[in-house]
Design a protein around this ligand. Structure first.
Ligand SMILES: [Mg+2]
Length: 327
C-alpha cells in the first residue's frame, strides 16, 4: 500500500522537481538516508544537499516543483529559510508545533530510517513506468507581447535616472491594451547595463521604473511581468558580470518570464528597436518580431541583415510606429 509521502515524491519527480536536503543541523546519519537515492535512483529521483547559506545567498534556488526535507533537528532552519524556499516543505519525524505549522506542507511523523528505506523500495516499479516529466505549471499557455523599454515603451534617455524625464512612446498604451484585450500577457525585457556599471543606483532605477508604470496606469494599462538585465561585460566591474545569460541578445530574460507566467512563445510577439531585441526573442522561440523605427534604424537593420545570412529562417518586419504593430 503506497503511503502519502511516496506519492508526493513521484509527483515531484513528474513535475520536474528536485528533492532538497538541508545540511545544517541534519541528522548525523543523513548519508544513510540518501544512500537508497544514490544506489537505486540515481538519474531517476534528482536530489541535492544544500546549506542554509546556499539558499539564503541564492547560490542555490529552489523551484516551485521542488520538495525540501526538514528533519526534526532542523526546525530552526525552516524559520530561517521561510522567505527563500519555493515548493513543498516536508517535516520528517515530528509533528509541527502550532507556532510553525503554517510553514510546513506535510509532516511525516513518525518516520524512521527503516520506514524511509522501505518506502523507497516500493517506488522502484512505479518509477520505471513514469513517462517523461510533465510540466503542470503550463496549464494555461497564452501568447505574450514582449516589449523592450527604451524607445519602445518610453522615449530613450540614455542611462536615465531621473523619473521626471520618463515619457511614454506614442501609441504604447493602445498597443498594450490591444494585447491584453486579445488575451496576451505583456512583459518588459530590458537591458540596463547602467546598473551593472554603477552609473544608475537601484533606487534610481526603481524610481524611473515606477514612474513608467504610473504613467501607464494613468492610461489604464499595465505590464504583467518586468525583467531587466544589469549585465555588462567589462573588466573591473565584477558585479556587472553576473548573470550574463539575461542580457539580450541572449534569451535569458524571456526564459525568466516564461518560468513565471507560462508563455506560448511561438504565438508571441516582440517589439524592439535593436537587433539584439529581435535576436534574443528569436532565440527564445518568439514567433513574430517587429523592429520599431528609431534614430538607429539603418544600423539595426543592417545588423539583422548580417544575422540573416547565417540564420536564413530569421524573419522580422519593420514598423514605423507602434500603431502599425499588428497582433
Ligand atoms: Mg531600446
Amino acid at each position: 500500500m503506497m503511503m502519502q509521502w511516496e506519492t508526493q515524491i513521484i509527483d515531484t519527480v513528474q513535475m520536474g522537481g528536485v528533492l532538497v536536503f538541508i545540511t545544517d543541523g541534519a541528522p548525523a546519519n543523513l548519508e544513510e538516508w540518501l544512500k537508497p537515492l544514490h544506489e537505486k535512483y540515481l538519474g531517476h529521483i534528482p536530489f541535492v544537499k544544500r546549506s542554509v547559506n546556499d539558499l539564503q545567498s541564492a547560490k542555490y534556488q529552489t523551484k516551485p516543483q521542488d520538495m525540501t526535507f526538514i528533519f526534526s533537528s532542523q526546525v530552526e532552519c525552516l524559520m530561517a529559510l521561510n522567505a527563500v524556499l519555493q515548493g513543498q516543505r516536508v517535516l520528517i519525524g515530528v509533528e509541527p508545533l502550532p507556532s510553525y505549522k503554517a510553514l510546513v506542507d506535510f509532516a511525516w511523523a513518525p518516520c524512521e530510517l527503516k520506514d524511509w528505506k522501505k518506502g523507497l523500495e516500493s517506488l522502484a516499479e512505479l518509477m520505471a513506468g513514469l513517462s517523461s516529466p510533465q510540466d503542470f505549471l503550463g496549464c494555461h499557455e497564452a501568447p505574450c507581447l514582449f516589449l523592450d523599454r527604451d524607445d519602445v515603451v518610453v522615449k530613450n534617455v540614455p542611462y536615465n535616472k531621473d523619473p521626471a524625464k520618463v515619457e511614454l512612446q506614442p501609441g504604447i498604451e493602445d498597443l498594450i491594451s490591444r494585447a491584453h484585450g486579445q488575451g496576451y500577457w505583456v512583459a518588459l525585457v530590458t537591458n540596463q547595463s547602467g546598473l551593472g556599471r554603477g552609473w544608475i543606483s537601484w533606487p534610481e532605477y526603481q524610481a524611473v521604473h515606477q514612474r513608467m508604470l504610473a504613467l501607464l496606469a494613468e492610461k489604464s494599462c499595465w505590464i504583467d511581468e518586468c525583467v531587466w538585465s544589469f549585465f555588462i561585460d567589462q573588466e573591473g566591474v565584477p558585479a556587472g558580470r553576473l548573470m550574463a545569460s539575461l542580457r539580450k541578445p541572449r534569451a535569458g530574460m524571456f526564459q525568466l518570464v516564461n518560468s513565471k507566467i507560462k508563455v506560448n512563445m511561438a504565438k508571441s510577439v516582440m517589439v524592439g528597436d535593436s537587433a539584439s531585441d529581435l535576436i534574443a526573442a528569436a532565440g527564445a522561440g518568439v514567433g513574430r518580431l517587429y523592429l520599431l523605427a528609431s534614430e538607429k534604424l539603418n544600423k539595426e537593420q543592417s545588423s539583422l541583415a548580417d544575422y540573416q545570412m547565417d540564420h536564413p529562417s530569421f524573419q522580422f518586419e519593420v514598423r514605423s510606429d507602434l500603431k502599425s504593430v499588428t497582433l
